[in-house]
Design a protein around this ligand. Structure first.
Ligand code: FAD
Length: 441
């Protein structure tokens, strides 16, 4: 996809680092404003998180400080779906989370009250009401949190649709080349360096996903970031054929079960992923542990540590098991057999008839980049002028990414920052004003 060659021009209005969903939406907004915009993507569009995620576009359960951005993103998704001319599986089919204990059920009540006070269509459902919406649901639970206006989409085609729209509006791209350095002069970003080549820009927008921390650290900007490797399983049709379109409708809403998320795609296949994942320690862990230790301890039941991971370049579980992965990736992260089994176990409780016949069509994993407060960092940084950051989406960026990209583009165009960014400043880590959300589920 796109151009693999080198950009013809050296001077740009904006250079965007990273062709994920955030970068593509930023590029789309800037190109429509007739800016000369270049995306520099180290691999290919959608190769990292944006093409490998579960595909939930949800507001419910989010930290309330992220809610306005999530709401704006719903509109951005809707507009892309209407304008792009391609069906990337965007459907406002709702999202449902299940609680099997009183504590979580109580938190659902609180979250729903807070959300309703902010005008959201979130409700708490009884099990009978939930089963009316998803008749095949067999797992036992006490209550469900449901937001009808939440949505879903197929991640890789969706990211490609955003990119194609940006291209059509005039954005250009370099793929397969990484930005080595963000260039600065007199405390302002002036462009990027790729190998020996320097490209200049009036604004640099860093939407490099898991690559952002490294680029910002070179500039002395505090941006704590670490990754958890999550596994996604895509099932074939229940009759065992490779034609998922034959699968009956199991669930229109995306479902957060007890430990797994399940989304049925428009082609009928189910996409499943567990809460949590595998932590692969590395040199970066030395720096990130002081930021992330409380979070790791809190989530330890959802994590497994792969101590040998950094050495396991020879291990290719996905290939060995014969399951083609979603999309080839330079880092080729291994899916976890444990999380795959656990996902199937819970699927068997949710939809036993389906699970008895289902088999795996694809299996892949992706590195979810997190911040210590599990909130994205979107906006300018005090230390370096003309530099905008949109990263640290902590497992929410497919849903909220479009609004973040648009909001960054507006700042680059000279507009005032949206109110929805007020609590998401990238500077909160440097100035110590970050905190974990009270209500996030
Ligand atoms: C398994 C999984 C399930 C998820 N499920 C959901 C979900 O259901 N709903 C949801 O909202 N979110 C989900 N997420 C999170 C979501 O996918 C991300 O938050 C979102 O895609 C982030 O988008 P991005 O554009 O910021 O980053 P990315 O998609 O990671 O894109 C960043 C890009 O930058 C490139 N890059 C990095 N460094 C450089 C460099 N130096 N030079 C040039 N390019 C560079 C990378 O190659 C990459 O393509 C999930 C993530 C995973 C992995």
């Amino acid at each position: 996809m796109g151009d693999t060659g080198f950009a013809f021009f050296d001077d740009w209005d904006s250079i965007i680092i990273g062709g994920g969903i955030v970068g593509c939406f930023a590029a789309l907004r800037l190109a429509r404003a007739r800016q000369r915009v270049l995306i520099v993507e180290g691999d290919f569009v959608g190769s990292a998180q944006s093409g490998r995620n579960l595909g939930f576009i949800r507001k419910q359960g989010r930290d309330l400080r992220e809610l306005d951005l999530a709401r704006e993103a719903g509109e951005a998704w809707q507009a892309l779906a209407e304008q792009s001319g391609s069906d990337f599986g965007f459907r406002r089919d709702g999202n449902m989370a299940l609680a099997d204990d009183d504590d979580l059920a109580g938190r659902f009540e609180i979250w729903a009250r807070e959300a309703q006070a902010r005008g959201l269509d979130t409700r708490v459902l009884t099990p009978a009401e939930a089963v009316e919406l998803v008749p095949g649901l067999k797992i036992g639970f006490k209550s469900a949190l449901y937001t009808a206006s939440d949505a879903k989409a197929d991640p890789f085609p969706a990211t490609c649709a955003a990119y194609e729209a940006a291209r059509a509006a005039g954005a250009q791209i370099i793929t397969g080349r990484r930005v080595d350095e963000i260039l600065t002069e007199g405390g302002r970003a002036t462009g990027v360096r790729i190998g020996n080549r320097r490209l200049r820009a009036k604004a640099v927008i860093c939407t490099a996903g898991a690559g952002t921390g490294r680029l910002l650290r070179r500039l002395g900007i505090t941006f704590p970031q670490d990754v958890i490797r999550a596994t996604v399983v895509r099932t074939a049709a229940p009759d065992g054929t490779d034609f998922p379109a034959l699968a009956p409708e199991l669930s229109r809403p995306g479902i957060w079960g007890l430990n797994i998320g399940v989304r049925q795609s428009v082609d009928g296949s189910l996409h499943m992923s567990n809460a949590g994942g595998v932590y692969v320690p590395g040199l970066r862990s030395l720096g990130s542990l002081r930021w992330f230790l409380p979070l790791f301890l809190e989530k330890r039941h959802q994590l497994s540590i792969d101590w040998l991971g950094p050495l396991a370049f020879w291990r290719r579980f996905g290939d060995q098991a014969g399951y083609p992965s979603a999309a080839p990736h330079r880092d080729h992260p291994d899916p976890s057999p444990r999380f795959m089994r656990e996902a199937f176990d819970e699927l068997a409780q949710m939809f036993p008839d389906y699970a008895a016949k289902a088999r795996i069509l694809n299996l892949w994993s992706g590195d979810i980049e997190n911040t210590p407060d599990l909130l994205p960092a979107v906006g300018p940084v005090a230390k370096v002028g003309n530099l905008l950051v949109g990263s640290g989406f902590s497992g929410h960026g497919f849903g909220v990414g479009p609004a973040a990209g648009e909001a960054l583009a507006e700042i680059a165009l000279g507009d005032q920052a949206r109110d929805s960014l007020s609590e998401l400043s990238p500077d909160r880590f440097a100035n110590g004003t970050w905190s974990r959300g009270e209500f996030a589920l």
